[in-house]
Design a protein around this ligand. Structure first.
Ligand code: FAS
Ligand code: PHB
Length: 390
């Protein structure tokens, strides 16, 4: 088999890149380890920056997002039993975010790819990358008892944090920067109405909590939990009781509980691999970086990576220019580090750390008090949350 671009991973990064390349007239084959249902079953991000919305519109899969997504002009910060709204729309001159689940983004991209008859090979086992430091890279995998090989011009490693692409780069050629947080997020999805019409991020002495949503009838809530906690230790009742204890009185009053559709614990880390290009192999999305979900940046960074990469590869073929390819890593990393900083800062501000202590708690509360009472500080918060310009 031969194609122009081999994409490893059919998560949002791989699918969006495939759609961008198709729009530019470039052939790509996506290799995915799991089944479509497995990929769709992972409940993850919920907030899209305008740059992500624009990319989905650019490839023609934005219709359902605009129909069913919720445009949000602000969110609440809750601490000391009080809620304070960050009016993003006013503070950023009109910018907003779109609340639309990553599962739906992935489904829209999957359906579009299938409708166009574009090749995605699911349940591709033991994927391996070869000769990407030369001009004729190849990818191999196992399926239906046979070994398959794909010759290509480029490989896009869109296979997430635990994927094979970054692991295929010689250790001497890559640097890792990492911080692992001493807690996780226990998330619960339920067909219950959201607590409020916008998101509520809560800092509480018992730990962080987030009230989010997927629609006005489906909620996504999180509570900070210990790293060694297990989801089987958390009955729905225990979750709802703990969430209610952390919310401000008005939110606690409005909380509607119900049976969980999904419940899972996500570990939190900050991680960046540098560089993101190795000859004909390019890393994009979680394969190259991870942010703690506090700032809702993970999916959005993945989208901007593949936005840059799709344009760079199109330039290579259609304009015979490698300027985009040569600057890909540097352009992505500048945006990634700004998002890493914001996500680390917001996580440090809102969570209970083992070493926080009484002085640390006073510092968190003082910073939050300053943040919600300073136009300058609120503006800085707002411009980072809606997404920094490309
Ligand atoms: P993904 O991990 O989504 O996709 C990679 C794909 O590659 C997967 O389908 C995988 O099966 C496949 N793959 C892996 N290894 C392979 C191999 N060897 N061969 C072939 N295929 C392979 N972001 C937010 O903004 N907000 C959130 O609340 C949030 N919550 C999250 C919760 C969890 C548990 C996790 C893990 C992430 C969360 N994120 C969140 C971040 C998440 O949304 C990612 O940023 C987003 O999934 C990135 O998409 P991809 O880069 O496509 O990686
Ligand atoms: C979500 O809805 O899953 C969500 C929203 C905002 C975040 C993290 C997760 O910061």
């Amino acid at each position: 088999m031969r194609t122009q671009v081999a994409i490893i991973g059919a998560g949002p990064s791989g699918l969006l890149l495939g759609a961008l390349l198709h729009k530019a007239g470039i052939d790509a084959v996506i290799l995915e380890a799991k089944t479509p249902d497995y990929v769709l079953g992972r409940i993850r991000a919920g907030v899209l920056e305008q740059v992500c919305v624009d990319l989905l519109d650019e490839v023609g899969v934005g219709a359902r997002m605009h129909r069913e997504g919720l445009a949000h002009g602000g969110f609440d910060l809750a601490f000391g039993g009080q809620r304070h709204r960050i009016d993003m729309k006013t503070l950023t001159g009109g910018k907003q975010v779109m609340v639309y689940g990553q599962t739906e983004v992935t489904r829209d991209l999957m359906d579009d790819r299938a409708a166009k008859g574009l090749p995605t090979i699911y349940e591709a086992a033991s994927v391996s990358l070869h000769d990407f430091d030369g001009a004729k890279p190849r990818v191999r995998w196992q399926k239906d008892g046979a070994t398959h090989e794909l010759e290509c011009d480029f490989i896009a490693g869109c296979d997430g944090f635990h994927g094979v692409s970054r692991a295929s780069v010689p250790e001497s050629a890559i640097r890792h920067y990492e911080r692992v947080y001493p807690f996780g997020w226990l998330g619960l999805l339920s067909d219950t109405p959201p607590v409020s019409h916008e998101l509520i991020y809560t800092r509480h002495e018992r730990g962080f909590a987030l009230c989010s949503m997927r629609s006005m009838t489906r909620s996504r809530h999180y509570v900070q939990c210990s790293l060694d906690d297990k989801v089987e230790n958390w009955s729905d009742e225990r979750f709802w009781t703990e969430l209610r204890r952390r919310l401000d009185p008005e939110a606690a009053e409005r909380l509607v509980t119900g049976p969980s559709i999904e419940k899972s614990i996500a570990p939190l880390r900050s991680f960046v691999a540098e560089p993101m290009r190795f000859g004909r192999l390019f890393l994009a999305g979680d394969a190259a970086h991870i942010v703690p979900p506090t700032g809702a940046k993970g999916l959005n960074l993945a989208a901007t990576d593949v936005g840059y990469l799709g344009r760079a590869i199109a330039e290579h073929y259609n304009e015979k220019s490698d300027a985009g390819i040569d600057s890909y890593s540097e352009r992505c990393l500048r945006r990634i580090w700004r998002a890493e900083r914001f996500s680390w800062w917001f996580t440090s501000l809102m969570h209970k750390f083992p070493e926080t202590g009484e002085f640390g708690e006073k510092m968190q509360l003082a910073e939050l008090d300053y943040l919600v009472n300073s136009v300058a500080a609120s503006t800085a918060m707002a411009e980072n949350y809606v997404g920094l310009p490309l």
